[in-house]
Design a protein around this ligand. Structure first.
Ligand code: CP3
Length: 347
């Protein structure tokens, strides 16, 4: 009997032999889907995340439409900073906003502790609902990906207070007061370990750590200021028994440094050549890495791009297909449909 999509996904992350490709897309639950936009109307993003019925439904929408092998839980990497005491909002066209900012040692006193099982009880509730629905789904059971932000990426939002281009306040804190920057990352890791464990207990099969902005550091600074915290988070996450993925955007120069954190899998952005990544990381599963703007074009172009990506991994166990960075609002539904048809044609 062939494995279920759920079993195939977990086996791939563990680098075990695969009978066929498996895959999902980062930010697959979101704004390119009309059914998501319709449900979002009249409520804030935070209200939507904190409603387990809503979060479970939005998590399942792309699976129903496209039949992906993995559901990624509708939530956000900025919910833990909110529970540390910052005010989180999303203003249309401006991205996330966190108030107040944490820019010097005295600001650490603004942060409180929280128990994720109490403060984020909506999250395991949503995961349990998704788990129950996936079990009976056409095409077999699917995997569930839980996640959090890496200490650096999460801390950068707390320091900048918003998305940033140059991370000037973050890098200034890191270089002028490394003890405070380290204390901030350590506080995040202390809370993120039980936050991830809670997701696995509720039914997540694997965990992804998003270091979306870590590629803005050179390898020496990454190793010195970030790696010890990332390593502790990965080790804590692996205690759950679930495989762990680290995804980093713009990080071709950091692949070997990320491997030092000992994840089960590294998520490649779309700039990385897969054969080059294989040579550099022979003993680790890889996830990636179709350029998501390919999904603005035509189904034919998508099919060709999918075949190139899947061929690049052929013969190597330990590959999970994904996009090389999150789906964008302009993504074409017909293109995503063709992507998963192309993937399934190889079964
Ligand atoms: O589908 C999924 O991948 C699951 C849910 C998910 C969201 N955010 C939902 C979301 C995941 C995994 C994330 C991760 C996330 N959030 C990251 C790392 C991944 C990456 O893209 O690099 C980052 C940096 C964030 C922070 C964040 N949250 C940003 C920059 C934004 C966009 C703000 C904007 O207005 O463009 C968000 C909001 C957000 N998170 C949305 C969704 C579906 C859009 C909010 C909306 O519906 O209006």
């Amino acid at each position: 009997m062939s494995p279920s999509p759920r079993e195939r996904f977990v086996a791939a992350l563990r680098g075990e032999a695969q009978d066929a490709p498996t895959g999902w897309m980062m930010r697959q639950a979101g704004r390119f889907l009309p059914e998501y936009r319709a449900m979002r109307e009249g409520r804030t993003f935070v209200e939507a995340v904190e409603d387990p019925e809503f979060a479970a439904e939005v998590t399942l929408q792309p699976i129903r439409r496209f039949g992906m092998d993995v559901a990624v839980i509708f939530c956000d990497i900025l919910m833990p900073p909110k529970e540390l005491g910052l005010d989180l909002s999303f203003e249309a066209g401006h991205g996330p906003k966190l108030v107040p900012t944490i820019r010097e040692k005295a600001d650490l006193a603004l942060l409180n502790d929280f128990d994720p099982r109490v403060a984020c009880a909506y999250l395991p509730a949503a995961i349990a609902k998704v788990r129950a629905t996936l079990a009976g789904m056409d095409g077999g059971d699917r995997g569930i990906m839980g996640f959090c932000g890496a200490p650096f990426t999460t801390a950068s939002y707390m320091v900048e207070g918003a998305s940033s281009r140059n991370f000037e306040h973050t890098k200034r804190l890191m270089l002028t007061d490394p003890e405070t920057f380290s204390a901030l990352q350590a506080k995040l890791v202390d809370h993120l370990i039980p936050y991830l464990a809670m997701q696995v207990e509720a039914g997540a099969d694997a965990l992804q750590i998003f270091d979306s902005w870590g590629g803005n550091l050179d390898a020496a600074n990454y190793r010195r200021y970030l790696l010890p915290h990332l390593k502790r988070l990965v080790a804590g996450a692996k205690e759950t028994g679930a495989p762990v993925v680290i995804y980093l955007n713009g990080g071709s120069h950091l692949l070997e440094v990320l491997a030092e954190a000992e994840p089960d899998c590294i998520g490649l952005d779309y700039r990385v050549d897969i054969a080059d990544a294989r040579r550099r990381l022979p003993n680790i599963a890889l996830q990636g890495n179709l350029d998501p703007t390919t999904l603005f074009t035509t189904p034919e172009i998508v099919e060709a791009g999918m075949n190139r990506t899947l061929d690049a991994f052929k013969g190597h166990p330990g590959h999970v297909f994904n996009v090389g960075s999150g789906l964008l609002p302009k993504t074409s539904i017909a293109c995503v449909e063709r992507a998963f048809e192309t993937l399934r044609a190889r079964r």
